[in-house]
Each structure stands twice: as C-alpha cells, then as structure tokens.
Design a protein around this ligand. Structure first.
Ligand SMILES: [Zn+2]
Length: 61
C-alpha cells in the first residue's frame, strides 16, 4: 500500500492531550468508531464501552 505509515500516533488513556482536536478510537465491541473532542492539556479518557486506551488524532482543531 502506498501509504505513509509513520504519521499515525496513538495516545493512551491517562496521557495529556498534546493538541486540541477530534480524536477517535475504533471500538470493537460497538463495531464502530467512537469520536471525542478534546482540548489541549485534557486527559484522554477510557472508552466507556470497551475501556480501550488507544486514541488517534483525526482532526486538529
Ligand atoms: Zn471502545
């Protein structure tokens, strides 16, 4: 696949948000993506459905 792989960075629950924006996580238990808006310096929450700890930035605010 001709896609850049290096760009994707995951953040974990409990880390501080480095950048305001929209973060998402693919929730396997729901079978769909869960998105949350987060402001800089806020802490990443766990997914309420599956307790996942991985978030990825989809859109910087
Ligand atoms: Zn989830």
């Amino acid at each position: 696949m001709p896609e850049k792989k290096a760009a994707k960075k995951f953040y974990r629950t409990g880390e501080k948000c480095p950048e305001s924006g929209l973060y998402e996580h693919f929730c396997k238990q729901k079978g769909e993506k869960a998105r949350i808006p987060l402001s800089k310096t806020e802490t990443f929450p766990p997914c309420r459905t599956c307790g996942s700890v991985k978030w990825v930035l989809v859109m910087a605010a």
